[in-house]
Write a protein that binds this ligand. Structure first.
Ligand SMILES: Nc1ncnc2c1ncn2[C@@H]1O[C@H](COP(=O)(O)OP(=O)(O)OP(=O)(O)O)[C@@H](O)[C@H]1O
Ligand SMILES: [Mg+2]
Length: 265
């Protein structure tokens, strides 16, 4: 089986915010299961893509959701012209052939699904395929990485303690202003000064977290506003479309955000 489709060809741009690159390299060398924690749009997915590229390993990503079953991860028998044939799921593919398996938004999956990763994430590093009566030993290059947005989950959606405690974690948050400016300018192609204004606006919205907003504007939102600006949309309009309208439905909050933006320009 050839996983070359899953190798990243170009270097994904990632601006480090601390020593996360060195920490992840050490974690990979030790094959520790890793958890990337942080709010939406702060760079977790970009980071794992960058790291897979740096390490030269294929990256298989699974977007977890409520209806996902263990079979969606490990595989199933399917009927074809020759009869029933086993098809490896994304987790089994990664385990057999040595990819980094990234389970995005792991808490969305039901707990009876997530337990299939348990024997893989302790020192056994095995994946039992019960339906197939096979025990797959993890390829030496295999690593499991999960993402987790703390704070969004209800108690029923939290990870089991026995799942959590199998992972080492890196905490992500929105980068400090100078780095975030650099990222927004690079990703959207706008001038540094304009990116700096967007970052200032984001700072104000993040202060409203818990005061009418569930979450402030993410780095992703700033990049999107910047992309509109690079296509000649004026800053205030770009912010309205990319930040104010998506982030709140409440007319008073929208008005407050629009005024905040006007004050930052
Ligand atoms: N440190 C960074 N270096 C480069 N780009 C970044 C960085 N942080 C954020 N970005 C930019 O922000 C965008 C959103 O980041 P990303 O998709 O990685 O967020 P995420 O943390 O995975 O969010 P979610 O939890 O919603 O999946 C990226 O596409 C990239 O443009
Ligand atoms: Mg992501």
């Amino acid at each position: 089986m050839d996983l070359s489709n899953y190798l990243l060809t170009g270097q994904p741009y990632y601006h480090p915010v601390g020593n996360e690159v060195a920490l992840f390299e050490a974690a990979y060398a030790a094959r520790l299961p890793m958890m990337l924690k942080g709010p939406t749009g702060c760079g977790k997915t970009r980071f794992i893509e960058h790291m897979a590229w740096r390490l030269g390993k294929p990256l298989i990503t699974v977007a977890c959701h409520e209806d996902m079953t263990a079979s969606d991860l490990v595989g199933r028998f399917l009927l074809d012209a020759e009869g029933t044939v086993w098809h490896d799921g994304p987790l089994t593919l990664s385990v057999r052939h040595g990819a980094i398996c990234y389970l995005d938004e792991i808490v969305e999956a039901r707990q009876d699904t997530t337990v299939v990763i348990h024997p893989l994430t302790d020192d056994r590093r095995i994946l039992p395929l019960e339906k197939k009566n096979e025990l797959v030993r993890a390829h030496p290059d295999f690593q499991i990485v999960i993402s987790y947005n703390p704070g969004y989950q209800s108690v029923i959606k939290d990870l089991k303690e026995s799942t959590k405690q199998r992972f080492a974690a890196l905490d992500f948050s929105y980068p400090e202003a100078s780095i975030e400016t650099e990222i927004v300018a690079h990703e959207s192609g706008i001038a540094h000064e304009d990116a700096a204004v967007l970052v200032r606006i984001a700072g104000r919205t993040r202060n409203l977290k818990g005061h009418g907003l569930d979450e402030g504007a993410s780095t992703r939102m700033l990049v999107q506003a910047g992309r509109l600006m690079s296509r000649s949309i004026p800053l205030r309009e770009a912010c309205e479309v990319a930040i104010v309208l998506p982030i709140s439905d409440d007319p008073d909050m929208r008005r407050a955000l629009t005024e905040t933006i006007a004050a930052c320009v």
